[in-house]
Design a protein around this ligand. Structure first.
Ligand code: PLP
Length: 430
């Protein structure tokens, strides 16, 4: 394999893809099984040349790609695999580090430590917390609740709007989850927490449906006296804390036991980069540490594998570090502020247009709205919009009613992109 030539072709493929991604359908326009049917049933007997892979990428796989990189992607949370992160992924693959122990890759562990400290400072967190990277927030929350159970077994409390990863972590750990009601702005009601016999409370800063913010300070205050672990799930909105004007959402954060923020959601890093911090690393280590004979060393360093489900960790820190260096605080703030401004613009259009309604407050970059009419009519509208390929939005249910969600956050998004989404919505509603 000619790495230089094939590598140049692959990089060129990525660059052209990003140049034309806006013109590709935001949501893959294929039926289940289409991609599978176009692929051979078995691997080739003899190795093929790399250009054949690029050809099939274009012809077979690309039609089955939902273009998360498209600025017309407004579903779920809108993300960006930025150019620096893409290149860092390539470098990490070239190095192929397997961080099972500190000595297996000192640079991997120490860059992760330093980068997590940098990020903590950028987000306005206190100094000195243990920080490491996980694959995703689901794994980070699993770790947090395992540590909480280690500290004190009991039930777990989270709002009815907490992410499903909390419920799954509880199921895996054999913990009972009790859902706590929310107020009329979809925020956990701290006075409704039943702390007697509780192990942990999960507060969400930026819930998945509406991006509502649970009152962290009030939760911390109640939990401190009861000795209950507070975990904050800021998977989406945590990245926005690079902007001081948004830090109201982190009020009370200095008192929490653990926190997760996903740079792969809203901080320009490619998928597979979730930042986890805890003030109580001893409990985390007690929950996870298991060092078999064949991994014992005389190194006077605790390896990250003692704090997490994973043994072999990838060089995830490289892409976070690269993004922090290539954007700087200023560049990150600019990206967050731009997404919020675009969401505010869209929100204004919906507010001013008869026949449309806003359905939740908008603290960040997600607008919840609906067209007048039944749930079914709104569901059909969403399907119609997504079938055009011109924009991709998702929906959710609030107080029993179906609502549409438009999430901005892709760094390539412009006013024209948001305008195009609004135009498609109005056209399909007619
Ligand atoms: N927490 C919240 C609030 C989320 O919105 C999500 C995903 O959207 C998750 C957790 C799960 O994140 P991950 O996919 O990184 O496991």
């Amino acid at each position: 394999m000619a790495l230089r030539d094939d590598g140049a072709a692959a990089l060129d493929w990525v660059a052209s893809y990003l140049e034309r991604v806006r013109e590709l359908p935001a949501l893959a326009q294929v039926a289940p099984g289409d991609v599978r049917a176009a692929l051979p049933a078995s691997a080739p007997e003899h190795g093929e040349e790399f250009p054949a892979v690029l050809q099939d990428l274009d012809e077979i796989l690309l039609p089955g790609i939902t273009n998360w990189q498209s600025p017309r992607f407004f579903a779920y949370f809108s993300t960006t695999g930025s150019e620096p992160a893409i290149l860092a992924d390539l470098l990490a693959a070239g190095l192929n580090q397997v961080g099972i122990l500190w000595r297996a890759s000192p640079a991997l562990q120490e860059l992760e430590e330093v980068t997590l400290a940098w990020l903590a400072e950028l987000l306005g967190l206190p100094d000195g917390w243990h920080g490491h990277l996980e694959q995703g927030a689901s794994v980070a929350t699993l770790g947090a609740l395992a540590a909480a159970r280690e500290a004190k077994p009991g039930h777990v409390l989270a709002s009815e709007h907490a992410h499903s990863s909390v419920e799954r972590a509880c199921r895996l750990l054999g913990l009972e989850l009790r859902k706590v009601p929310v107020d009329d702005e979809f925020r956990l009601r701290p006075e409704a927490l039943e702390l007697e016999g509780a192990s942990a409370v999960v507060a969400t800063v930026g819930t998945t449906s509406t991006t509502s913010v649970d009152p962290v300070a009030a939760v911390v205050e109640r939990c401190a006296s009861a000795g209950v672990w507070v975990h904050v799930d800021a998977a989406y909105a945590g990245s926005a804390m690079v902007c001081p004007e948004l830090r109201w959402a982190f009020e009370g954060i200095e008192g929490v036991d653990s926190l997760v923020v996903n740079p792969h959601k809203w901080l320009l890093v490619t998928q597979g980069c979730s930042a986890f911090w805890t003030q109580r690393p001893e409990e985390l280590r007690a929950a996870f540490s298991l060092v078999p004979e064949y991994l014992r060393t005389s190194d006077e360093v605790v390896s990250f594998s003692e704090y997490s489900v994973e043994l072999g960790r990838g060089f995830r820190a490289l892409k976070l570090w690269t993004v922090l260096r290539c954007y700087g605080r200023e560049g990150l703030q600019e990206a967050i502020r731009k997404s919020i401004a675009l969401a505010a613009l869209f929100e204004g259009w919906v507010r001013d247009e008869p026949g449309w309604e806003l359905c939740a407050p908008r603290p960040f970059s997600v607008v919840c709205f609906r067209r007048e009419g039944s749930d079914q009519e709104n569901e059909v509208l969403l399907e119609r919009v997504n079938a055009t390929g011109e924009a991709f939005l998702s929906g959710t249910r609030l107080n029993g009613r179906f609502v549409l969600r438009l999430a901005t956050g892709n760094a390539r998004q412009t006013e024209d992109d948001v305008g195009a989404a609004w135009e498609v919505l109005q056209r399909c509603a007619r």
